[in-house]
Design a protein. Sequence first.
Length: 312
Amino acid sequence: MDGNINIVISSVVILFVLIFLGFFIGKKGIIRKDCAPDLSNFILKVTMPVTVFCSIAGQSDLSLLSSIWQIMIMALIFHLASGVIGLILVRILKVPDREQGIWIFNCMFSNNGFMGFPLGLAIWGNKGLFLMSVANVVSNFLIFSVGLKMLTKGYPIKEKINLKKMIVNNINIAVVLGFVFYIGQIPMPQGVSSLLDYLSQITAGLSMIVVGLSLSRMEIRDVFRSGRMFVLSAMRLLGIPLLCILVMNLIPLKTDPMLKAILILMAALPAASSQTILAEQYGTNTRDAGRAIFITTLFCVITIPISMAFVV
């Protein structure tokens, strides 16, 4: 367990250094804060789809096909149940309409792609990374459909968001192509593979820098001013994962124990950094999105080991 705790701590430190870098260069004007939406668009349209494609297409173990539908169904049920919890929470706490989407989004989604992937790889190896990538397919679909609706709830959006745009987007196209290459075990030319690897490695770091750029618009003390944000963070980091652990232990599922462990790790991760990227792109609640990411990432170094102590 000590080794896994060290993995968690080192991952969080790296993320925070990158967030601080974005915050610093934004405050100093090295990169204009107005560039955040453009950088977000670059991530969403280019680097993130490449990351998703590479994580699926690069897997060579076809025996994992039997686990795909199981982890996808488990992930779907988990996200929907977490969304219901978020909906109940905003009603109990009487959260203002324009903030409700952020709350429900943060209950439903965690930083699986940018923090979960390296943790899954370090703890369970390539098999863990692949299964987390498959689970993340469900997360991505819901983030760019239900999640996008949540983040834009109550805001006048110039760009019309319709069902076609929710389904036919670069992320989902990357998922389909990734499975085609994986199932067919289609090799890629070395030059193409190297190019995609370079682009894939940009996503996590640049996403954290965009989070920092967004945070640089506010005074750092403002991040901690909202008492309700700590309630949301506690639900994201402790409430959701502990409920997930309880359900996993109560329901006798006949499945690979690693699938349960992966689901619990997803539940224990901090807030999804994609919310800031989407909020930047559509001009919605970037302040609370940045707050949620900052606070949950700060405290997850303590809470993730607590949750994973039950399974790792």
